[in-house]
Design a protein around this ligand. Sequence first.
Ligand code: C2E
Ligand code: MG
Ligand code: MG
Ligand code: MG
Length: 286
Amino acid sequence: HAKRSGRNHYQLFEAAMNTRASERLLLAGDLRKAVEREEFFLCYQPQVCLNTGRITGMEALVRWRHPDRGLVSPAEFIPLAEETKLILPIGEWVLRTACRQNKAWQMAGYQPMRVAVNLSACQFGQPNLVAMIKKILADTGLEPRYLNLEITESITMNNVERAIATMHEINELGIGISIDDFGTGYSSLNYLKKFPIQTLKIDQSFVRDMSDLHHDAAIPTAIIAMAHSLNLKVVAEGVETEVQQQMLRERGCDEMQGYLISRPLPSDEFERLLHSMMTAEQTIVN
Ligand code: C2E
Ligand code: MG
Ligand code: MG
Ligand code: MG
């Protein structure tokens, strides 16, 4: 009896797996069409200086409006895009759109600020990456210092020396590099010292530990101290509460990003934020 129900469970499991696999296959097909049909758009989340409360930059985050499913989360489609290599055209579209939008805001008279764009490991491994970035900057007219590239530690998994060489080339263009989700990857401190990067982003899981309840700031404290001794800037991600903001400020964290300040906003709403900054005194943190 137990055996039979065990097998039933297995069959159910197998059926669920097949459904999931075919779901993913369907979604991958849709993703391919989404590139041509331009179903993507970008949201922008402000990054704020913890000392002055001023917006120093924004992170561009891609969104997919699926014709039937509505909004599909990047947590779902980015891994799929990476597996299918569709991240290459999608990533190029993201980079171009973010640079064009940032330049347009500067031309409209808003205070210039940097835009951070996420790069997948597979984009980073492309031999034409630097040429592509150069071309996008030339086409859009955005100055390189207003672009920042966010990479994760996994980028260096295959070939560390090559990854470092690419980082140098990006730096030579005048573009800054941040390590995203810092503390969740596997890069050794030895490599970290060799990386030509400017910023560490503390992963939101560590920021979450600094809850009103737990007050556990052990890892953010260590990351901030280490980053500063390596002359790196620190940005905290996923800041949702005043307590977290206060604890980060006390520890000398440079910038933060999170729902406490703003969710990622579609471009028209982000522009309204820029506009209110211009008319008010540009400070959005108390
Ligand atoms: P990420 O680069 O670490 O981006 C931060 C994520 O945290 C974003 O999720 C953002 O919406 C979310 N977030 C921001 N503030 C808060 C907060 O206070 N609380 C919480 N709970 N979450 C917050 P999103 O937009 O869903 O993106 C998820 C991930 O997808 C990104 O993580 C990034 O790894 C990837 N991604 C997004 N856009 C792109 C892209 O254009 N290219 C690539 N390669 N990856 C992207
Ligand atoms: Mg990021
Ligand atoms: Mg992150
Ligand atoms: Mg992340």
